[in-house]
Structure formats: structure tokens, C-alpha cells
Design a binder for this molecule. Structure first.
Ligand SMILES: C[S@@+](CC[C@H](N)C(=O)[O-])C[C@H]1O[C@@H](n2cnc3c(N)ncnc32)[C@H](O)[C@@H]1O
Length: 336
């Protein structure tokens, strides 16, 4: 039989081989969602439970894999792999982050690490179904370094430092839910790593401290519309959840590797674009200086400024602004 060509096909295969049903997924997601949101206490080793693990695979895996895929697509623009990378997925669960990579890119080798053996078994099954025989471990192998370390949705459960696992020119990718407190912790971690000499590869264009930490009302996150898969939409409908957009925060660091800052672009859009009578405005984060509340008047709408009026959170722009607030008539160019 051919290897699955998409995540959907892979999850269909998982369902045939390892089970799961809509009713079981709905009940499992209800329990997991309550636990992830602090409504019920954290249950150590929760993915050892087969129904919860299957629910995780059928609901959270496709959502989280899509988030990781977005971050990896950006990584490919500034640090394309010169050769298939050695990869570690830390806190892999059912292999979510590794699968996001494997569906798009070959790897030299893959190590899956999780404290829950049953989760590692599912992760090895899913990666194996894509033709990759992964090593499964309960903790990172001492002394080994990886070109790419993925850590998705794991910081709430362990504070283990991960930088020591990354080769000098390799990248550590941390992805977390877009909750305000979680994200601000990630922003603080970013500043600590920058102060220790790490390069912030993304989402920042800057080396200096994060200017958003000075403001209580902002946190650096993504909120991207996506074509929600049918089963995810059905669980959302049954439970009153909403995964219509992908909400996440992320951080990519490296010692000596390439960074988003190596590409053109003066500012990153770090808020929604607000459209008001007579103008559009957004918060922009530049290569240094404060966050800049930037506006373009509607009467200055032209081919020169069109990219500003279509800007989304996360876009990188070339735009002539500075200081805490600015108005510009362009030129504005979105860096693609
Ligand atoms: C919310 S799940 C995330 C799974 C997957 N990375 C994803 O994004 O879908 C968190 C995972 O971290 C694992 N975990 C918690 N503490 C860990 C530790 N100290 N070392 C390795 N894995 C850990 C849990 O067992 C669980 O599988």
C-alpha cells in the first residue's frame, strides 16, 4: 500500500489501525480542553490513557501540526536546510511537530522524546507510516546535538532547557498556545536567550530586548484563518469550541544559524490591522527602538501603500517609520 500523502490520509490510517470515533473524540477533547485551560487539575501522563490519546490524535494533532507547518514554512524562507536535518521532537505526544515536517521535507534521522511511552509508540507508528523509522526515547540522548529541535505545546508541562540540544548552526523551534500569560513567558524566555548571545531567528527582526514586554495589553502571537478539517469542525460544533483560526505564539533561536533578520524588511506587523474612518493602523516591531503605532491615511491609499492596507499580523514590511508612533504615505512593500 502507498504511504499516506496527506495528514488526512494518515489520520484515516490511524483510525483504521488504532481506532477512535467521533463520540469518543468529543468526550476526550472535552476532558483535555478542561485540563489544558486549568478548569480541571493537570493529570501527569494523561496521554497514557488510550481514549484521551486517540482524542488528542484526531483533534489536537491536526490543529497543532498546521501551526508548526506555518512556522517551518517561514523557517524555510530564511534558513532552508542545506541537507536533510537531524531532528528531535521534544514532548512529541503523538509526533505532531515531527509529522508537520515529514509531510513536507525529508529528514536524515528523527528522534521522538516523550515521558509517556504510549505517546511515543503512536508517534513512531505515524512517522513509520510516512516511511521514517524514528528512535523513541523518554528523554533526550545525552551529548547529542540536532539541526532542528521542535518543542510544541510542552512548556506548560516542563521547564527543561532545550538550547543544549541544538547544533551551533541549528534551530530550536518553540511553539505555544497564544494565551496571554503563556506568550508573555515565551517573550521573557526570548529576552533571556538573547542576553546569553543566542540569535533570535523568528518571529523578531531585532536582537535588542522585546519592546512589547513594556506593555501589559499586548502579547506577540499569530492568529491565522485556515481551512478547518471536517472532523475538527464537527468536534468544535459538538463542544462549542472554536478552531476557526490558528492561534499560537512561537520562538525560533539559533547560535550561529540564519535568521529572519538576514532577509529584507524593516518591521514586523504585531497586531491586527485596524481600519478606522480615514485611516488604517497597526503596531509594528522594527529592528530596534520602541513598538511603532503606524498609520496610513485612506487618502494616501495608492499602489505605493497598498501592501499596508492588506497587511496581516505577522507580515514583514519594508516601511519608512520610526519612534513610538508614525504616519507614512509610503512606500510600503510586503516582503514575501
Ligand atoms: C500538550 S502535549 C503536546 C504534544 C505535541 N508536541 C503537540 O504539540 O501536539 C505535551 C506533551 O509533553 C509531554 N511531556 C511533558 N513533560 C515532559 C518531559 N519532561 N519530557 C518529555 N516530554 C514531556 C507530555 O507527555 C505530552 O505528550
Amino acid at each position: 500500500m502507498n504511504a499516506p500523502a496527506s495528514l488526512r490520509e494518515l489520520l484515516d490510517l490511524y483510525q483504521r489501525e488504532r481506532g477512535g470515533s467521533l463520540a469518543e473524540t468529543a468526550e476526550g477533547v472535552r476532558q483535555l480542553s478542561d485540563m489544558f485551560n486549568g478548569i480541571t487539575p493537570h493529570r501527569p501522563g494523561y496521554l497514557a490513557s488510550r481514549p484521551l490519546r486517540r482524542a488528542y490524535v484526531h483533534y489536537y494533532l491536526p490543529v497543532n501540526a498546521e501551526k508548526v507547518a506555518r512556522v517551518l514554512a517561514e523557517l524555510a524562507t530564511y534558513a532552508p536546510f542545506a541537507r536533510p536535518p537531524r531532528v528531535l521532537d521534544f514532548g512529541c505526544g503523538p509526533g505532531t511537530a515531527a509529522l508537520a515536517l515529514l509531510l513536507r521535507h525529508p529528514v536524515r534521522d528523527l528522534t521522538l522524546v516523550d515521558v509517556v511511552d504510549e505517546a511515543v509508540d503512536d508517534a513512531r507508528f505515524l512517522c513509520g507510516s510516512l516511511g521514517v523509522e524514528a528512535r523513541g526515547l523518554a528523554e533526550p540522548p545525552p551529548g547529542e546535538k540536532f539541526d532542528l529541535v521542535l518543542a510544541a505545546n510542552v512548556l506548560a508541562e516542563t521547564e527543561r532547557p532545550l538550547e543544549d540540544l541544538v547544533a551551533d548552526d541549528g534551530h530550536l523551534v518553540i511553539l505555544e498556545p497564544a494565551l496571554r500569560t503563556t506568550t508573555r513567558k515565551l517573550m521573557e524566555r526570548r529576552d533571556r536567550l538573547a542576553a546569553r548571545g543566542f540569535r533570535i531567528a523568528a518571529p523578531c527582526l531585532r536582537a535588542p530586548a522585546c519592546p512589547m514586554l513594556e506593555r501589559d495589553d499586548l502579547w506577540c502571537h499569530q492568529d491565522v484563518p485556515w481551512p478547518r478539517p471536517g472532523p475538527v469542525a464537527e468536534i468544535d460544533r459538538r463542544l462549542g469550541l472554536l478552531k476557526e483560526t490558528l492561534k499560537y505564539s512561537y520562538l525560533v533561536v539559533t547560535r550561529t544559524g540564519r535568521a529572519l533578520a538576514d532577509r529584507p524588511g524593516s518591521h514586523r506587523v504585531v497586531s491586527n490591522l485596524h481600519r478606522e474612518k480615514g485611516k488604517a493602523w497597526a503596531w509594528l516591531c522594527g529592528r530596534d527602538g520602541p513598538l511603532c503605532r503606524t498609520e496610513v491615511l485612506t487618502r494616501h491609499r495608492s499602489p505605493e501603500t497598498a501592501d499596508f492596507f492588506h497587511a496581516d499580523r505577522g507580515d514583514v514590511l519594508e516601511i519608512p517609520v520610526s519612534g513610538p508612533s508614525a504616519r507614512t504615505a509610503g512606500p510600503v512593500t510586503r516582503v514575501r
